[in-house]
Write a new protein. Sequence first.
Length: 266
Amino acid sequence: MAENYGGVSYEAVLAWVEDGIGYLQFNRPKAMNGVNPKMLSEATEVLNAYSADPEVRVIIVCGNEKVFCAGADLPEVSKLNAFEARDYLDGVHRVQTALEDNHKPSIAAIRGLALGGGFEFALSSDIRIAADDATFALPEINLGIMPGGGGTQRWIRSGSICTAKYYTFTGDFFNAQQALQMDLINMVVPAAEVMERAKKIAIKISKKSALALREAKQCINASMSLGIKDGVRFEQVSWAMLFASEDQKEGMGAFLQGRKAEFKGK
């Protein structure tokens, strides 16, 4: 495992590729993986590179054992003026776009704290696996501000508007089981098993057609902004396009021949 993906040594993140999985680990442990401009810049660079790298089939985003990401680095962010604050959020949005629009599926492996921007990064990931001792919150209201990294927008695309308002207005913390009940995460596993479970799911997904995964992800994401008729047309075009791929021929041929398909992403 080389934590310097592409020959680049990053500071605020760790990045490496193993078994077709591109790992992005937040790496500011002394600041509880607090989000600063360097982390945002490096994370965006890595995610965009993973999107274009044929070796990478799935992405796992993680922190360390104690904290996924505790949100904004307040000693830095508290000093920003209004224009600098807007620029800071531009960086946050670039990371989230690099996750949501990535050609590869992403899995957030959440251990410990996922607060503010950290929780918003999780909401930008396709699949979310949380440790049984993980803790979530949008606590910005206690600082005289509000969520600025998409929390007010993405929560209701997974959970309900009433829970979004409650936890945004109160800033209350909630645990992994509550997050699961609110449909904000996919599953809860023992803390010691989070990374292994994420890897197991990533490997399973990596065996599928990269082209089909890309189109399926785009269709599901598009459903959030399209009406049903436009959405099914979008899906129709993506489905039909896959019939121009070698993977479609391999997948259907393998099924008809009673063997396991071997997709090449072509």
